[in-house]
Design a binder for this molecule. Structure first.
Ligand code: NAD
Length: 430
């Protein structure tokens, strides 16, 4: 037997000079607290996670080797309810990234008025290099290590990059075994046959498309025949591309981590889905030509949907972005520096905490259904999702217009104010 470390492990923070999403998240918070007139005490409380844990996850590989993986769970804030946030499996996971993602979850839940605080989890692992049985062992051990922190009333994980409904089924089962009875409400994004909600798997993308259409209409763009580029063809990007296609939008370029494809007259998205199902990537799709990932971001389109990872639109490339509207399917794709450039160029950026909130809305519906053991019809889920997304869009757009702020600043101010108000009403203990 050999003992190895499967991925670069400690230190769990970014290298100096690297893009750090926590810096971005804190800079957005600083701007909001300044506009709201809050003092440094409030800023410091909101800039710092309430609770965080780092765990070592020993994994027995299929060949008998032992590997040590590192995982994190961060609860940023619980003033408005139990912590809520995804679980990410990626070789790029760092503690600062998880902290940033947890903070954005707090703002997202407050903005959409779902009764949660914010959390996030991550394991530093490249899931493509591990078998299903190995990923199950990682998930069960990680769950076991963080189980004192999670639960339907404490912290409710969900899928994110590199995890899916199977991961949530293992997580729910491991937690339930420890409790001695089935606890469906400990996670969301479960398989529908195991207490998941109808509509959850596509909810983030549905929400992205609801606000994308509203944002394009606000800029007098005719939807039918308009053009879009989508970065990332995973759980969020693939369904977003499909729903845009169904609305008559020409999806002229899509990408994944392996490459990008384009077709100026519009990609045949259903055929592309079949290609990805068969090959695992958009690369090689016969109905398009190969382009670079940079070309995709810089496409001359009405709508750009970054739906992959954070920090892809930066000070270095923001001036090359030609999309009229950018709708953030991913969390944190645009840095604060890039926001300034895009704003000056008249681009409309619909921020992540609004644009991709459809996932947490239907996660909330799933949790309500699981806790009540009473299941909703698909049309009930879809109509309630649409209503919440469009109400939030109207609210943020009106607030931005009233205060003459970019949408992100307006959305962050609304969310931070709600969280600060809840904290103030509850008071400090002791
Ligand atoms: P996923 O793992 O299902 O898919 C990620 C996709 O991005 C894959 O197609 C991958 O190949 C691609 N990708 C990775 N790096 C890339 C790069 N540099 N360029 C182009 N493509 C790249 O993950 P997901 O669940 O779709 O999440 C995507 C983003 O959406 C993340 O930022 C996540 O936090 C956010 N998000 C997800 C949900 C959800 O419900 N899944 C909800 C809200 C926000």
């Amino acid at each position: 037997m050999t003992v190895t470390t499967g991925a670069p492990q400690a230190p769990a923070t970014e290298a100096p000079g690297a893009l750090n999403p926590l810096d971005d998240a804190r800079s957005q918070l600083r701007e909001a607290t300044t506009i709201l007139g809050y003092d440094d005490g409030v800023y410091n409380v909101l800039a710092t996670p309430r609770r965080e844990v780092t765990v070592g996850i020993p994994l027995r590989r299929d060949n008998g080797d032992i590997e040590l993986l590192i995982g994190h769970r961060v609860q940023h804030n619980v003033s408005r309810g139990p912590a809520k946030g995804g679980l990410r499996y990626s070789p790029d996971v760092t503690l600062d990234e998880v902290r940033a993602l947890a903070m954005w979850m707090t703002w997202k839940c407050a903005l959409l008025d779902v009764p949660y605080g914010g959390a996030k989890g991550g394991v530093r692992i490249d899931p493509r290099q591990y078998s299903t049985a190995e990923l199950e062992r990682v998930t069960r051990r990680y769950t076991s290590e963080i189980s004192p922190l999670i639960g339907p009333a404490h912290d409710i994980p969900a899928p994110d990059v590199g995890t899916d409904e199977n991961t949530m089924a293992w997580l729910m089962d491991t937690y339930s075994v420890q409790k001695g009875h089935t606890v469906l409400g400990v996670t969301t994004g479960k398989p529908v046959s195991l207490g998941g909600s109808l509509g959850r798997a596509t909810a983030t993308s549905r929400g992205v498309v609801h606000v994308a259409l509203a944002a394009m209409r606000s800029r007098d763009i005719t939807i039918d025949g308009s053009t879009a580029a989508v970065q990332g063809f995973g759980k969020v990007g693939s369904h977003a591309a499909r729903f845009l296609f169904d609305e008559g939008v020409r999806v002229v370029a899509v990408s994944d981590q392996y490459g990008a494809v384009a077709n100026a007259t519009g990609l045949d998205v259903p055929a592309l889905e079949d290609h990805v199902a068969a090959t695992g990537s958009v690369v090689g799709f016969p109905g398009g030509v190969e382009i670079s990932g940079a070309d995709l971001l810089e496409s001359d389109v009405d709508l750009l949907v970054p739906a992959a990872v954070e920090g892809v639109i930066t000070g270095a490339n923001a001036h090359k972005i030609r999309a009229k509207v950018v709708v953030e399917g991913a969390n944190g794709p645009t840095t604060p520096e890039a926001d300034l450039v895009l704003g000056d160029a008249g681009r409309l950026v619909v921020p992540d905490i609004l644009a991709n909130a459809g996932g947490v809305i239907v996660s909330y519906f799933e949790w309500v259904q699981a806790n009540q053991a009473y299941w909703w019809r698909a049309d009930e889920v879809e109509s309630r999702l649409a209503e919440r997304m469009l109400t939030a869009w109207d609210e943020v757009a009106a607030h931005a217009a009233k205060l003459n702020l970019p949408l992100r600043t307006a959305a962050t101010c609304l969310a931070v104010e709600r969280v600060a108000q809840a904290a103030q009403l509850r008071g400090l203990y002791p």
